[in-house]
Design a binder for this molecule. Structure first.
Ligand SMILES: C[S@@+](CC[C@H](N)C(=O)[O-])C[C@H]1O[C@@H](n2cnc3c(N)ncnc32)[C@H](O)[C@@H]1O
Length: 304
């Protein structure tokens, strides 16, 4: 990953932009992404109905937003998770309910300040959830992380990354970096925007978003395979529905596909705003909100 790409992201996720990140739309999207990750039927989870699975279910019960549907892979007594490019910790918060420890890493200090303020305000101990300003592509930062992160920056059971790959120029380097942080048998979960076949990425070079419109699922799948992951499954496409303001839509439209799946006969019942399809609208406290459906992908793989 180039220094230009890192610096551009550091300059983007700063100040007011970081402050605005935690909005209703981001929370709705984060909830849907977290649900998909936590509910993914991980083949390494204890078999349904086994004594081990029942113990995990007991430990999960009453923990968080999605009880009863979370895979038994997620054990609140033992699971250590790395949330790569954690931002303000929207995903970390959901994962934390079903994990022993969530370690967030990001390169944007202002995003991490918001993450850690939320953790602190909720009285959560930092050895359970904490965001760290670390570049995991840099050996010195990894060595530093191994010293300052409780339990170190290695041997994670899961590495989750949400809405970050489209910000990263060299995604193969990211896949290798995540592979290195996992234990043998640990799983990676990559969530990003799914590029429908109809989407034409902007020709403009953009250091903050090198992958406009996200990815075809096999691009991420192949990147994970090349990094050494096995049992890679990339066909997990879903549509995240959320109510967004016009400001949100105009700010983020560059990142998005304009269609739900690229399959144009799905529904004709939409209009367009800043190039995004709008499926409904409502007025809430004087503010017009638009229903958008973001096509998303979840790609998973195991470190052998
Ligand atoms: C769209 S936000 C996603 C935040 C969070 N994962 C979520 O889903 O709400 C993208 C995040 O990626 C971070 N980022 C970009 N490049 C990165 C890198 N090389 N290493 C770590 N974080 C990075 C940005 O600083 C930003 O916080």
């Amino acid at each position: 990953m180039s220094a230009e790409n890192i610096e551009a992201n550091q300059e983007k996720f700063v100040g007011e932009h970081a402050q605005k990140y935690d909005n209703e739309s981001s929370f709705q999207l984060g909830r849907e992404i977290s649900r998909k990750v936590l509910e993914y039927p991980n083949p390494s989870a204890p078999a349904a109905g086994s004594p081990e699975a029942l113990e995990v279910a007991k430990a999960q019960s009453g923990s968080g937003a999605f009880d009863d549907t979370v895979s038994a892979f997620w054990d609140p007594r033992t699971t250590r998770v790395l949330d790569f490019a954690c931002g303000t910790g929207i995903i970390s918060a959901y994962l934390a309910a079903y994990s022993k420890q969530v370690v967030g890493v990001d390169i944007a200090k202002d995003m991490l300040d918001i993450f850690n303020a939320k953790v602190h305000n909720q009285g959560i101990p930092s050895d359970e959830v904490q965001g760290y300003l670390l570049n995991i592509f840099d050996d010195e930062d990894v060595a530093k992380g191994n010293k300052i992160v409780p339990g170190g920056l290695d041997n994670f059971d899961a590495a989750v990354t949400s809405l970050a790959y489209h910000h990263i120029d060299d995604i193969d380097q990211a896949s290798r970096a995540l592979f290195a942080r996992l234990r043998s048998g640990g799983w990676v979960y990559v969530v990003d925007l799914s590029m429908g076949p109809g989407f034409k990425p902007s020709a403009e070079k953009d250091a903050v978003v090198p992958h406009h419109g996200g990815f075809a699922p096999e691009t991420i799948g192949n990147s994970l395979r090349d990094a050494g992951f096995v049992d890679v499954k990339e066909k997990n496409i879903f549509a995240a529905s959320l109510w967004a303001t016009e400001e949100y839509i105009s700010r983020f439209q560059k990142h998005h596909t304009t269609s739900l799946t690229g399959n144009d006969d799905e529904t004709k019942d939409y209009k367009e705003l800043h190039g995004m399809r709008i499926y409904d609208e409502k007025v809430e406290k004087g503010v017009t909100k638009y229903l958008v459906k973001k096509p998303m992908l979840l790609v998973v793989g195991k470190r052998p």
